[in-house]
Write a protein that binds this ligand. Structure first.
Ligand code: MEV
Length: 324
């Protein structure tokens, strides 16, 4: 009679939104990110032989993972190495509600959930430093040279002030944020977007530096607005931030159309979020009802999906398939 092991390790991680400062954060400028309640869950179980991976995008041996998942494979290897456990006899299952490549930090969230669940399987807990460095391996494959803001925001339960190499500061908002997120339905390639900004920087150094400095100023003002609960000021700063992201060349017509639709729906502010060139945008509503109105308008303007929530309770509402 064979005995079946019931030992499992499981863990969850949430998504993130960059409120202000993406791209500039890669150049050492400050940025603000908030947790977004879309989740990924990873479950590790005992099996025999090669490590098997189960997910919506790939099922099979970890040795044959597609190139775009190489970061996850290396992250799993390094995690097992740091746990001093063999690279075998496991099944890793990932269930994610975070759409891939939409600037919502899906790659970092998947890596966080996997690393935590592997530690939990071996009845250990990673330190924050261990988590950061293991997730960084996977993020380097996904983003090239990540600033680390995605991982930091996904390890936090509240908004954060992030600047590379400096201490991460938790921000307690003066008033709840009523946020709307809309998906263009097109995959945004953060790697390419970050690369494009770098290339632009080399050719148009002064113009790009001016923009990066302006984004840093916007982030400083946004921090004050957030802390004091001045959502009208915060909103206007989001619109300003989007203009600078256009200068950096990371917006596109689809994102700009959604930002205009949010403006027409009376949003206090709106901008793309994350890497850009497709992916998602965010908008701020006056209250939850207004956030719902904006979310519906964004669907009419062509979004493939939109969500809205209050930072007070983090209950996520979805507007899907309501396009006219
Ligand atoms: C991606 O969510 C944010 C970027 O600033 C890249 C990074 O910070 O690593 C575009």
């Amino acid at each position: 009679m064979s005995t079946v092991s019931t030992k499992t390790g499981s863990s969850e991680a949430h998504s993130k939104l960059i409120l202000v400062g993406e791209h500039a954060v890669v150049y050492g400028k400050p940025a603000i990110a908030v947790p977004f309640p879309l989740k990924v869950k990873a479950v590790v179980e005992q099996s025999s032989g090669k490590i098997m991976f189960e997910s919506k995008i790939y099922n099979g041996s970890i040795d044959n993972m597609p190139m775009k998942m190489k970061g996850i494979e290396v992250c799993i290897k390094e995690t097992l190495d740091s746990l001093k456990e063999p690279f075998e006899n496991l099944r890793i299952r990932v269930e994610s509600s975070i759409p891939l490549g939409r600037g919502l930090g899906s790659s970092a969230a998947i890596a966080i959930a996997i690393v935590r669940s592997l530690f939990s399987f071996y009845e250990k807990k990673p330190s924050q430093e261990q988590l950061f460095s293991l997730v960084r391996i996977s993020e380097t494959y996904a983003h090239g040279k990540p600033s680390g803001i995605d991982t930091a925001a996904e390890l936090s339960e509240c908004p954060i002030w992030f600047q590379k190499g400096k201490e991460i500061v938790s921000l307690i908002t003066g008033d709840p944020l009523y946020l709307v997120v809309a998906d263009t339905g097109r995959i945004g390639d953060t790697h390419t977007a970050v690369d494009n900004v770098r290339k632009k920087y080399l050719v148009e150094t002064r113009e790009v530096e001016k923009s990066l400095d302006e984004i840093a100023k916007i982030a400083e003002l946004a921090r004050e607005a957030l802390l004091s609960g001045d959502m009208y000021l915060l909103g206007s700063l989001l619109y300003r931030n989007h203009e600078e992201l256009k200068v950096l060349g990371v917006s596109d017509d689809g994102l700009d159309t959604l930002i205009e639709a949010a403006r027409n729906a009376g949003a206090l502010g709106a901008k793309l979020t994350g890497g850009g060139l497709g992916g998602c945008m965010i908008a701020i509503g006056k209250d939850l009802e207004h956030a719902e109105v904006i979310a519906k308008q964004l669907m009419k303007a062509g979004a493939s999906k939109s969500w809205y929530f209050s930072s007070e309770d983090n209950i996520l509402y979805v507007t899907e398939g309501e396009k006219e």
